[in-house]
Ligand binder design. Structure first.
Ligand code: ZN
Length: 184
């Protein structure tokens, strides 16, 4: 299985990182080895002094698909969840500045936290789902799927033009503003 991640999907997070608003979604992948195993602690890797949390809505693919039309995209998932895309921001900045791929800063072991899956039928409106991340009992990220630049269905349509989606693949749909450094 693969983890497909969307970058720059919330306007406020784009301005916080001083990125340009893209005309298409930014996509990157994490390998399955990036998944933090259940009940295991997350360790800050030696190669970074600035690991950021990015809380994201996750979508689990349940059918094989390619070139999926956004109006049929809802048939390709029935579970959603929350996760964290841990990012070595200092390393990512260096790689970006050199025009190099981001993988070392985004796809390292343990960098993908995948939370509990919930049936999408338990929500009335997937396009207006509030979610938040608490860090030591303080809310640090708080947003709603209504603030996404591209909806879940649009993301599935876009991504499936490039990558065949397979059962069990997970899409990280991008983070809202409020990312910050985590401490040991
Ligand atoms: Zn992210």
């Amino acid at each position: 299985m693969k983890l497909i991640c969307i970058g720059r999907n919330y306007a406020q997070h784009i301005s916080e990182l001083k990125n340009e608003k893209p005309s298409e979604p930014v996509i990157f992948l994490k390998p399955d080895t990036a998944i933090l195993l259940k009940k295991q602690p997350f360790f800050i890797p030696d190669f970074s002094d600035e690991v950021h949390h990015e809380v994201e809505v996750l979508v689990k693919i349940n059918r094989v698909g390619k070139h999926i039309d956004s109006k049929f995209a809802h048939k390709y998932y029935d579970q959603i969840g929350l996760g964290i895309d841990f990012t070595a921001r200092d390393l990512q900045k260096k790689l970006k500045d050199k025009g190099l791929p981001w993988e070392k800063s985004k796809a390292f072991d343990g960098s993908a936290v995948v939370g509990k899956w919930v049936s999408k039928s338990s929500f009335d409106d997937l396009s207006n789902l509030p979610f938040s991340l608490h860090k030591n009992n303080t809310i640090v990220q708080s947003s709603s799927t209504k603030d996404m630049l591209w909806t879940i269905d649009e993301i599935i349509a876009y991504v499936s033009q490039f990558f065949t989606l397979k059962i069990g693949d997970v899409i990280f749909t991008g983070t809202p503003s409020g990312v910050s450094r985590v401490a040991a």
